[in-house]
Design a protein around this ligand. Structure first.
Ligand SMILES: [Zn+2]
Length: 57
């Protein structure tokens, strides 16, 4: 299972309504609307997946 970064839902990769690639990673979405929201502002949704430290390169 993957996590929809927009709404936080668990999404089955096989059944995902939409997916997007961003910075070499594939993200799965429960609905096309979530993908649209993600693509408008990907950083916003990725930042809110807390926990890990940010690495600056
Ligand atoms: Zn969603």
């Amino acid at each position: 299972m993957a996590k929809d970064p927009v709404c936080g839902m668990e999404v089955d990769e096989q059944k995902a309504a939409a997916k997007a690639e961003y910075k070499g990673q594939t993200y799965y979405f429960c609905a096309p609307g979530c993908k649209v929201a993600f693509e408008k502002d990907p950083e916003k949704y990725l930042q809110s997946q807390g926990g890990e430290h940010h690495h600056h390169h």
